[in-house]
Design a protein around this ligand. Structure first.
Ligand code: HEM
Ligand code: HEM
Length: 214
């Protein structure tokens, strides 16, 4: 098992970061809409789905899991971006220049999501995030916000409102379609093109794939 990327395949560590992020991202989505559609009495659908009754007391404890996942994604993306910019990346597998550019744009758009969603989410949340062993204070209670507020003369609502709009809009209309296209492209490469695009992102399979390289 190689830990770092080579020009043929992803290394173990970038793969681990990719799959941890992917799982956390999907789970963050499921939890957000579970709360919005089922748990929160203000927004739950009527009649209740699966007969589950809304319960306002459960909103913050369940959303706290969404916040934990989201903040973790925000931290995980930092080393990934550094590797992407300064390290080796597997060479693109597109069949034309246009395809290669499209894949590159899609990957950078996904990275942009991994920054915008955690940041906008964190910056519009009233409550601290409780990780069990430690607590991350809400943005409005940090010295960073106090500094921004005194330097730019803005209040909490001037920050919270636009951040909420960005988080909601991107969550509702932008993030999931991009991820669906991304997963669709990976499956297209695997099953239609039958190239190594997916295999070289899979632990174990990537090692076997590298061994077949001349
Ligand atoms: C990659 C990370 C994240 C993803 C993919 C994500 C996704 C979402 C989605 C899809 C929604 C529902 C949008 C809607 O239709 O209104 C949502 C709502 C929300 N998110 Fe995130 N989020 C992320 C990170 C965060 C973080 C780090 C925080 C705060 C620490 C946060 C706080 C919230 C809050 C407060 C809501 C509103 C929930 C409600 O209306 O009850 N999110 N998020
Ligand atoms: C089950 C779902 C997923 C599958 C099957 C999948 C598959 C893949 C594959 C095969 C690659 C390598 C592409 C290549 O070599 O050109 C890749 C790269 C990438 N994926 Fe995913 N992915 C999934 C979910 C996600 C999610 C949810 C995100 C984040 C929102 C994400 C973000 C990325 C990024 C940023 C890259 C580029 C890595 C780099 O080269 O720097 N993926 N994915």
């Amino acid at each position: 098992m190689r830990w770092k990327n080579t020009i043929d395949a992803y290394g173990g560590i970038p793969m681990l970061f990719h799959w941890l992020t992917a799982a956390a991202f999907i789970a963050a989505y499921v939890i957000a809409y579970y709360v919005i559609w089922i748990v929160d009495p203000d927004t739950s659908v009527k009649p209740p789905l699966f007969g589950l009754a809304p319960n306002g007391d459960r909103v913050v404890p369940i959303l706290n899991i969404h916040w934990m996942l989201g903040i973790s994604i925000g931290f995980l993306v930092v080393p990934r971006l550094l590797w992407r910019v300064f390290g080796t990346s597997p060479q693109p597998l597109g069949e034309s220049r246009r395809e290669i550019i499209a894949a590159d744009v899609a990957h950078w758009a996904l990275y942009a999501l991994l920054i915008v969603m955690p940041l906008s989410g964190y910056m519009n949340t009233y409550d601290p995030t409780d990780f069990g062993l430690f607590v991350i204070p809400a943005f409005k209670d940090t010295s960073v916000f106090a500094w921004i507020s005194s330097t730019l003369g803005v209040g909490w609502h001037d920050v919270e409102k636009p951040m909420e709009a960005i988080h909601r809009f991107t969550g509702k209309w932008v993030a999931w379609p991009l991820v669906v296209i991304h997963v669709g492209a990976a499956l297209f490469h695997h099953f239609v093109r039958q190239d190594a695009a997916l295999v070289r992102m899979l632990l174990g399979r990537a090692t076997r794939w590298r061994e077949t390289m001349p």
